[in-house]
Design a protein around this ligand. Sequence first.
Ligand SMILES: Cc1ncc(COP(=O)(O)OP(=O)(O)O)c(N)n1
Ligand SMILES: Cc1ncsc1CCOP(=O)(O)O
Ligand SMILES: [Mg+2]
Length: 202
Amino acid sequence: MIYLVTDSALSLGRSLVNIVAAALRGGVGMVQLREKEITSREFVELGRAIHSITLEYNVPLIINDRADIAQIIGAEGLHIGQSDISFKDARKLLGQSAIIGLSIENIEQARKARSWGVDYIGASPVFATPTKIDTAPALGLKGVSELREVVDCRIVAIGGINKSNIRQVIKAGADSVAVVSAICSAADPYLATKELVNDTII
Ligand SMILES: Cc1ncc(COP(=O)(O)OP(=O)(O)O)c(N)n1
Ligand SMILES: Cc1ncsc1CCOP(=O)(O)O
Ligand SMILES: [Mg+2]
């Protein structure tokens, strides 16, 4: 499954709504709204606009960092990292039916996440990427394989993944792959998504 994580700044001046619509047509199975530079009010407005399209495709919309915004717009889930609100607080706020993903940067964090019952772990980053530079060292394919051996929860791989390496990431044991630039910065986000989706069928 391909999981689109959005970034307006990397969308080459195009509307994020259009990019998400193209990615949904191309076959993404999950969308995360990740916007770091907009106001809370803009985040809510954009979230509602994107949610109305993801609902048409029956694809879950996950909000990055902001449990309050996930709750306000009725999104299907939340993605949090090690410095965001805790998984326990997120679960309490959003309830059992919410999809809650947690970024992990090493095996220890993955084991803890598994014991808490997260819906998926974001293995982050698999490869170094200019899209996010405040990360731990890259896990590499070896790191993904090690995670696969140790935890039985859903592994979403993220960081520097594109057409050239996606097959290797899946072979290493990731259940899904999350991408930002490979879709948001693609000349044709619809075609780019279709190609990535095809590449996950090994
Ligand atoms: C699927 C997925 N995995 C990891 C991340 C990174 O989350 P986080 O560590 O909280 O960093 P920011 O995205 O908030 O900068 C993610 N967003 N999605
Ligand atoms: C949000 C995030 N978390 C870890 S790496 C990353 C960015 C991934 O972006 P790209 O797919 O462009 O490398
Ligand atoms: Mg975060």
